[in-house]
Design a protein around this ligand. Structure first.
Ligand SMILES: *[C@@H]1O[C@H](CO)[C@@H](O)[C@H](O)[C@H]1NC(C)=O
Ligand SMILES: *[C@@H]1O[C@H](CO)[C@@H](O)[C@H](O)[C@H]1NC(C)=O
Ligand SMILES: *[C@@H]1O[C@H](CO)[C@@H](O)[C@H](O)[C@H]1NC(C)=O
Ligand SMILES: *[C@@H]1O[C@H](CO)[C@@H](O)[C@H](O)[C@H]1NC(C)=O
Length: 295
């Protein structure tokens, strides 16, 4: 295991952007050769179990006024479909404005965190699960990550170099109709109708979205969560993330999920489907998983 002084010096010096051709999901164990933090401490994902309790209240999700009409950029990076939430060109006068923020003034989180991006992990055409986290022994059809950055830093890039500088809200997703019981619906913002526009690596488009339902869903999802300290689940695997993984059952539109699995490619020429873009579970080690609950 890397000692922390090496971890901190790598965080300071290593770029946060792993170039597109330097890693893929075919050999996740090899990431550490090029990105040493990937074989370092506090890696994600892990299997979550109800082994510890905490009485702390979860953070609050707030929306800025612009959230009802916000221009997002949707892009195929070759590894995922990502919605860039810091994109809106109308917000350029104020250097960083976020449509959704996470605010907390008590343990375990202090400060204001800006939503930077939303991206997806999903399975393949064989119907395998595509979530990164497991709850107990159970994996899910897909998982969406809402990545927030501590806005007391000058940039998201700097926040991602400091332990605790990043918060990710992870929502494991069940394919709509898989279970009879009631589920919290994930608002796809009409992406299922536009996914073809980002089928090849490098494709992108922008559109206006109303994030009210997204904000609502996040508030509900945070009412019952697992919390632990971990890392980005992709190279360079910075161990800087406070994870909140919802314990609330959430469903995703089946057409959207099918189009991600069958219509999105990891290359420019649309030869290899993107599916199975998840990192296998890492050792939990001596980390504590807290359950955080509010009413
Ligand atoms: C999101 O868009 C902003 C503004 O165009 C850009 O500066 C930033 O690099 C983008 N982020 C990602 C992750 O692509
Ligand atoms: C789907 O992924 C599983 C591993 O999770 C693999 O065994 C299977 O071969 C994959 N199916 C296809 C069609 O690639
Ligand atoms: C945004 O969505 C919310 C919830 O669906 C709705 O009440 C509101 O009228 C919408 N606002 C705009 C400007 O479309
Ligand atoms: C967990 O283990 C690491 C070394 O593996 C050690 O540095 C750290 O202090 C331990 N943390 C706790 C809370 O025991």
């Amino acid at each position: 295991m890397l000692p922390w002084w090496i971890v901190l010096s790598l965080l300071r010096t290593q770029s946060n952007d792993a170039p597109v051709d330097t890693w893929d999901y075919t050999d996740t164990e090899a990431w550490g050769h090029r990105y040493p933090l990937c074989s370092g401490p506090l890696q994600s994902p892990i299997a979550l179990r109800k082994d510890e309790a905490s009485t702390a209240a979860p953070p609050r999700v707030v929306a800025t006024a612009a959230a009802v009409e916000w221009e997002v950029e949707v892009r195929n990076t070759g590894r995922t479909i990502v919605m860039n939430m810091t994109y809106d060109p109308r917000s350029r006068e104020t250097p960083r404005q976020a449509p959704i923020q996470l605010v907390s003034q008590q343990e375990p989180l202090f400060g204001t965190f800006d939503l930077g991006e939303v991206h997806f992990h999903f399975g393949n055409v064989s119907g395998n699960p595509g979530s990164v986290h497991a709850i107990g022994d159970r994996f899910f059809d897909a998982e969406v990550h809402f990545v927030f950055f501590d806005n007391s830093f000058e940039s998201n890039d700097l926040a991602a170099r400091v332990p605790g500088g990043c918060v990710v809200i992870a929502i494991p997703l069940n394919r709509e109709g898989r279970y009879q019981r009631r589920q919290l619906p994930f608002p796809t913002l009409g992406l299922e109708r536009r996914i073809e526009a980002v089928s090849a690596r490098g494709d992108y488009f922008t559109y206006d979205v109303n994030l009210t339902n997204m904000r609502e869903m996040l508030s509900v999802a945070l009412r019952r969560v697992y919390m632990y300290s971990g890392s980005l689940t992709t190279p360079p695997c910075n161990p800087v993330v406070i994870w909140f993984v919802t314990a609330i059952e959430t469903s995703v539109n089946a057409v959207f999920l099918d189009r991600l699995i069958t219509g999105v490619y990891r290359d420019r020429d649309r030869r290899v489907l993107m599916g199975n873009n998840w990192r296998p579970l890492r050792e939990k080690g001596n980390r504590t998983v807290y359950t955080v609950q509010s009413n």
